[in-house]
Design a binder for this molecule. Structure first.
Ligand SMILES: *Cc1c(COP(=O)(O)O)cnc(C)c1O
Length: 351
């Protein structure tokens, strides 16, 4: 049996949509486009033309970045789209469910609810928010199709551990797909599971250019999985999902210097994370700062609403995550420029 047996049968039976033929050297009289470029169009491909359907250049660039074969990579509009695609492929409305470990990134539950799928939540084990492998395995039944593991976890900041995730995948077997969201893996000492996802049929990895790579506005991420699963997910995407600007800017950014610049920025943010964590822990109003393997810090305060207001008065936004299960009084702070971190510390030292 393969994990594809857990995909919705109507999706397995779906016939692929065939977009207009992609032959860049030939004159396009087959796609009903306007023959003139718009004013100020700086793109190479021309914004009057449809982009290459599911761009091979982009898939190759991302495959190179993540060290996997292009057949194992599906470029998406951010990893948010990867989450949505997986939920739509696997979960039938009113019947199937996703399994999440709370507190976590709210998009997993959101995508499930949009699809009309159910959400089963198993709490991360306090005080360190450890992944509860036993609890997750016990929660698996015929209706659970996807198990989302956020590694490092947003908003708690810790990585569940490679071995724990692989153990979870092994115990679940082909009953459900384990989806490891590695949005912050570049800030973390644990290596990516991308290569494991390519080899193991029941594991998929989500990556994004929005965080460490500084391309949140380009909307580009990737699903990494076995070629069979990637092929199936590709059929669900609209043919021209990714814009010409994104294809061109991302492939340019991922060549040579862009990668080096990112590595330097990650180094800088890790140093700032360390300094900021120590300084926050020293503030009277803050009761706890969790260790982080991401570019943010989770803090607890008995006066979190005062801290929110002080930050806002200083022109700074931090995220109130206090309504999430187990996170009453908690705030999430993104590590920013040194001067902005210093402004936050100055504002909060008045509390
Ligand atoms: C930010 C974030 C994402 C979303 O990334 P996009 O690629 O911008 O859609 C996905 N997962 C987690 C855990 C995140 O924090």
């Amino acid at each position: 049996m393969s994990i594809l047996a857990r995909v919705r049968p109507e999706i397995l039976a779906l016939e692929a949509y065939h977009p207009a033929t992609w032959k860049p050297g030939l004159v396009r009289l087959h796609a009903n486009e306007n023959p003139w470029r718009p004013e100020g169009d700086g793109s190479a491909g021309g914004l009057n033309r449809y982009p290459e359907p599911q761009s091979a250049d982009l898939a190759r660039a991302l495959a190179g970045l993540y060290g996997v074969d292009p057949a194992c990579v599906l470029p998406t509009r951010g990893s948010d789209e990867g989450i949505d695609l997986l939920v739509r492929a696997f979960c039938a409305a009113g019947r199937d469910r996703v399994l999440i470990s709370t507190p976590t990134f709210p998009m997993y539950g959101f995508a499930a609810r949009v699809q009309g799928a159910g959400v089963v939540a198993v709490a991360l084990t306090e005080p360190d928010f450890t992944l509860d492998v036993e609890g997750l395995c016990a929660a698996i039944d015929e209706t659970v199709k996807l198990v989302f593991v956020c590694a490092p976890n947003n908003p708690t900041g810790g990585h569940p551990g490679r071995q724990r995730i692989l153990q979870l995948a092994e115990r679940i077997g082909e009953r459900a797909l384990v989806v490891v969201d590695e949005a912050y893996i570049e800030f973390c000492t644990t290596p990516s599971l991308a290569n494991d996802a390519v080899g193991l049929g029941n594991l998929a990895v989500l990556r994004t250019l929005s965080k460490a790579y500084g391309l949140a506005g380009a909307r580009c991420g990737a699903v990494i999985a076995s070629p069979a699963l990637i092929d199936l997910l590709r059929r669900l995407l609209p043919p021209y999902a990714i814009t010409t600007q994104t294809i061109e800017s991302v492939t340019a950014c991922l060549q040579g210097e862009g990668i080096q610049r990112t590595a330097g920025q990650v180094e800088q943010l890790l140093t700032s994370r360390h300094t900021l964590a120590e300084a926050l822990a020293g503030l009277g109003a803050i009761t706890r700062v969790w260790p982080s393997e991401a570019n943010f810090l989770l803090v607890h305060s008995h006066r979190s609403s005062d801290l929110l207001r002080l930050a806002l008065d200083a022109g700074l936004l931090v995220r109130d995550v206090g309504t999430q299960p187990g996170l009453a009084g908690c705030l999430r702070v993104t590590v920013g420029l040194e001067e902005d971190n210093a402004r936050l510390l100055a504002a909060w030292s008045q509390a």
